[in-house]
Design a protein around this ligand. Structure first.
Ligand code: UT7
Length: 338
């Protein structure tokens, strides 16, 4: 079922921000570690380099910087933030990393929590935050997508290690009495296909006391059946986006920007071609960051807003997809400055 915000209160996208690690690892450098090369990686994925969190950096710091940049763009007093949602699958603390970001921001009136939906996480968090705003119970929210998949990658598995990088992005959204910026959205899950892409816990049990064992808290590296995930993405993303466009009677040619989860340039191209969207309207920064999971969409949005490709009033068709399996789409207007 496609949902829309269907509420008296609209939502306005008024700020965005991002932050990435300093360390850049290019494809040739990865070729020193595994049997791969720049030509293969570029032609199969569009990725040229990725950023990796180093010793003096942290995901929470990146997420804080991204959020702060979004709040600055929105020109908010941090005390007016009601809600902070951190979409991540790689928290520094399994109990949740969002409260630490709330404290770093000095956003003392905000409630903060983590949300996990892998690469769809940002979109799921955005829609979740929009419900609080639409209900009228909150006015201002910061939605962050941040991931450090490089700590869970098997750096000796060439099929996955070339794909991922670290980063953080954020948006600032607030209620508005004017036109609702979030036109509509849809979110989906299919756990029956979850085996295609996992970051499973290890199944190690250690002795606790006589006659009892306890499970050791530990995770295995990322495992992915790339072809299956690829097929899923190029099938489901056009369906969910197409249904949304139909529902709101928006023609693909009215879309100003196609903003997809940055997993593979071939997926971006395939989806764009299904809607005959020209390449100039397809946002891509895969070349520089690879797949930063929950961060890809706000990271790309921030780049395109700050370099003034995205202008106030532009219509953005957005879709995220990934582990779960999970996927979603949203149509929204950018209302912020620039
Ligand atoms: O964010 C979550 C969503 N994730 C995705 O959307 C990922 C979706 N999947 C993909 O993007 C693609 O499936 C990959 C980029 C992961 C792989 O591309 P592919 O065209 O499906 O390649 P493949 O796995 O079928 O591998 C083709 C060949 C194989 O060799 P053989 O068996 O044909 O001899 C692989 O061993 O390419 C080989 N290969 C590599 N060669 C050089 C696989 N990885 C590499 C590599 N360098 N890094």
């Amino acid at each position: 079922m496609i949902r829309n915000s269907q509420c008296e209160t609209g939502i306005s996208f008024v700020g965005c921000g991002s932050a990435t690690p300093k360390k850049i690892i290019n494809n040739n450098q990865l070729g020193q570690r595994v049997d791969t090369n720049d030509e293969w990686i570029q032609s199969r994925t569009g990725i040229g380099e990725r950023r990796v969190i180093g010793e003096n950096e942290s995901l929470i710091d990146l997420a804080t910087d991204a959020a702060l940049n979004a709040v600055k763009m929105a020109n908010w007093d941090v005390k007016t933030i009601d809600l902070i949602i951190l979409a991540t699958s790689t928290p520094e603390d399994l109990f949740g990393s969002a409260p630490k970001i709330q404290s770093n921001l000095k956003a003392s009136n905000a409630v903060a929590f983590d949300l996990t939906a892998a690469c769809s996480g940002f979109l799921f968090a955005l829609v979740t935050a929009s419900q609080y705003l639409a209900s009228g119970s909150m006015k201002r929210a910061v939605v962050i997508g941040a991931d450090q998949l490089t700590k869970w990658v098997d750096w000796d598995d060439r099929k996955t290690c070339v794909l991922f990088g670290d980063g953080a992005g954020a948006v600032a959204i607030e209620t508005t009495d004017n036109q609702d910026g979030l036109i509509g959205y849809d979110l989906k899950s299919d756990g029956s296909k979850g085996g295609c892409l996992n970051l499973f816990q290890s199944n190690i049990f250690l002795d606790l006391v006589q006659g009892a064992k306890h499970q050791k808290g530990e995770y295995l590296p990322i495992k992915m059946e790339g072809k299956e995930v690829y097929k899923f993405a190029v099938k489901e993303v056009p369906i969910i986006l197409g249904e949304l466009l139909d529902k709101y009677q928006i023609k693909p040619e009215s879309i100003d920007w196609l903003l997809l989860h940055q997993a593979n340039q071939r997926i971006l191209d395939a989806v764009a071609s299904r809607f005959s969207i020209p390449s100039e309207k397809v946002l891509s920064n895969l070349k520089h960051y690879g797949n930063t999971s929950a961060a890809t969409i706000p990271l790309m949005l921030d780049e395109a807003v700050r370099d003034q490709r995205i202008k106030p009033g532009d219509l953005i068709a957005c879709s995220g997809f990934g582990a779960g399996l999970s996927w979603g789409a949203a149509l929204f207007f950018w209302h912020g400055p620039y």
